[in-house]
Ligand binder design. Sequence first.
Ligand code: HEM
Length: 413
Amino acid sequence: MEWPISSKQPDIAAWFRQYSDPLHRDPYSFYRYLLEEEPVYFLEERRTWVVSRYEDVTQVLKDPVFVKEYRNAVPLPETAQAATFSRKIDELFYHSMLNRDAPVHTRLRRSVSHAFTPNRMTRLQPKIIEIAKQLAHQLEGEAKPDLIASFAFPLPVIVIAEILGVPAEDRELFKAWSHTFARDLDGTDTSPEFASRARQAGDEISDYFKCMITERRARPREDLISEMLASQQREEGLTDLEIIATCTLLLVAGHETTVNLIGNGVRTLLTHTNQLEKLLHRPEWMPSTIEEVLRYESPVQMTSRFASADYELRGKAIRQGQSVQVMLAAANRDAAKFHQPDRFLIDRTPNPHIAFATGSHYCLGAPLARMEGEIALAALLKRFPRMQLAAEHPDWRPLILFRGLSSLLLRLE
Ligand code: HEM
């Protein structure tokens, strides 16, 4: 959606306050405004900076001045004390690597990084191909095939459940928890009903993984939970709370992102049929297609940091302790970095997008997400090369942090 001429200057605060379909179904004209007019903008209402240009976003993500933990940004006596939490969900988020700085971040990340190496991915590949084939087969039998519910969602969830060692049959539970956490992170639902649901979901997932830990401690298997438990014998081992937090993070990461990569990928190809035709003729372009989907419709649109010292960016003074929202999806449409950034081109090279961020928190699951995305799209195109969109308008999830579809109805032909 283009901003109407009369209101060229969008209401930036309103955009960040709450999802609304007319504003957010196409966030890219808003990002274009930020990129061109307000590349480093102070959002008074949230007391946060909004940074959108590629060069600046990568600078913030790579500079150790910008940290994840507020108490490392402002080490005053009161923030340096042990963190306390009134909700389990906050305690779990806090104890996951995503929200910690070195040295804790390094220890947490190292404890599971072996599960996402290229070697492990190669071993997982045949299994993922099999799952994708089966799901595509089931999709074909459906009267009103919804790609999200029947394919894009179950695929990464079955895979992450397999890696962790939890029953994939519990996926409806994972879905409910994970959607609640995503909405909580998004921060745009401030209703009391939602607050109580988020509190409950945190308690439930914590109890669920506590039971799993007891079970695996008694009977270890070849899975990540058992491996994390075994690491407790070593000095760098994780506490039970850290194991639960890591499982929660991996489950949420597996749910809220790769689903969107697959859904956004299929939708974008079906709305850019010349690119789809190209891909059908040149399947070897699948890896670069996935990279372009990640750039063009980034599943994670933004993330944030705190400044641990005063910092100047494009002449603006960021003060110690202030937060900075970095707009990954805007940076991925920056014309200073990408030629014709608003065109979807499956053979774009080079394509140095930052959909997986950059710096020390670079997505741990990137090799897995890429492989899942490639296998998923290849399986679908092989079976349904003539598939078409069956709904007139895209059904976007009402979130501003994540970009993905609630449903994607297809005619499979
Ligand atoms: C298309 C799919 C995915 C996208 C776009 C994505 C994106 C991201 C981004 C942007 C970050 C960095 C956030 C920040 O710097 O604040 C991140 C971190 C992370 N992602 Fe992903 N992710 C995806 C899939 C996955 C999967 C499948 C997993 C694992 C199952 C995963 C696990 C993680 C973990 C553990 C971190 C934290 C890394 C750290 O803090 O060191 N991600 N992801």
